[in-house]
Design a protein around this ligand. Structure first.
Ligand SMILES: Nc1ncnc2c1ncn2[C@@H]1O[C@H](COP(=O)(O)OP(=O)(O)OP(=O)(O)O)[C@@H](O)[C@H]1O
Ligand SMILES: [Mg+2]
Length: 285
């Protein structure tokens, strides 16, 4: 609905940049999901586990727990996203060995080194899928004089985007509004144009990865070279992003199976095995 609503309908994004942007709407969304998950058992108040970005502040964390309780949870547990992404990607997080996870979502890119169930080094930058879409829209505005919405930019990224230039380019026919005439018009964009459009944003992600590698103790760095970097989140589905990470850090990277669902899956696993994972739980109420 975003970008397509008439005057009497407003499309909200309850979360932005990985944290609650609109408390009231977030609570309503949680209430809806809880009710959906409970099905026939609407009278029970469930335990809820929620993932939060690793760099979340205590205030942000508290408001997440409060929103869940208000929405009908009996208890709410909060776990840092990189830990859950790692669990969802099948990484044995309690081993005394270093694993690096890069989780590229819509709002944030989280980079973390995990060992013995905890985060040893991490950073979180507010550059991820949404900023990439924005940079594609900006590029098309500047170079093709065409205004496009967020959704179209995302479609272009998914259909033909790449993190590094390719030899066999794909093309995409964009439909948008001409800046000068104000009239609808179509234009064509190619893969390597998208690469150019998004490269600055990708470099910001690469810098984040490098900064975490630089903070990683040598023993764990050795483990990471052996095992490779694991990438999760929808943003890691951008073509060749694993290759970009490898080329710019020298460490092999690979995309986790079901990358888009790793955090959700990991959250489910952690909630089912609360006793095992309680060491990784940040806050509880
Ligand atoms: N095939 C694809 N290629 C590139 N990007 C994709 C693809 N599929 C999904 N995405 C992008 O993945 C992002 C959403 O990923 P994900 O669901 O992991 O984010 P999120 O967990 O909701 O966000 P955050 O972790 O920041 O809170 C969107 O920006 C979307 O455009
Ligand atoms: Mg995410």
């Amino acid at each position: 609905m975003v970008g397509r609503t008439p005057e009497n309908i407003v499309a909200y994004r309850p979360m932005r940049d990985g944290v609650i942007a609109d408390y009231r709407i977030t609570e309503a969304m949680l209430r809806y999901f809880i009710s959906k998950a409970m099905g026939r058992f609407q009278f029970f108040k469930p335990e809820v586990m929620i993932s939060v970005p690793a760099g979340v502040t205590s205030t942000e964390r508290r408001s997440v727990v409060e929103a869940a309780i208000k929405a009908g949870a009996r208890a709410a547990y909060v776990v840092k996203e990189p830990i859950l992404a790692a669990i969802g990607a099948g990484i044995p997080i309690y081993e005394p060995a270093g694993h690096m996870v890069i989780d590229i979502g819509g709002g944030t890119t989280d980079v973390a080194v995990i060992s013995l169930g905890g985060i040893v080094a991490s950073t979180s930058v507010k550059v991820a899928g949404n900023k990439i879409d924005q940079s594609i829209a900006d590029y098309i505005k500047k170079h093709l004089n065409l205004a496009i919405g967020d959704r179209t930019a995302e479609e272009i990224k998914i259909a033909i985007g790449s993190a590094i230039p390719v030899e066999e380019e794909m093309t995409y026919e964009i439909k948008g509004r001409d800046f000068l005439t104000g009239l609808p018009r179509t234009a064509e964009v190619t893969t390597n144009e998208v690469v150019e459009a998004v490269s600055d944003k990708l470099q910001e992600m690469v810098r984040a990865v490098k900064s975490v590698l630089q903070e990683t103790p040598p023993e764990l760095a050795a483990d990471i070279i052996d095992k490779g970097i694991v990438m999760t989140g929808g943003g890691s589905l951008l073509r060749n992003i694993d290759e970009l990470i490898f080329r710019s850090t020298g460490v092999p990277a690979y995309i986790a199976e079901d990358a888009l669902l790793c955090v959700a899956k990991g959250t489910g696993v952690a909630l089912e095995h609360l006793d095992v994972y309680k060491r990784s739980i940040v806050a509880k109420r």
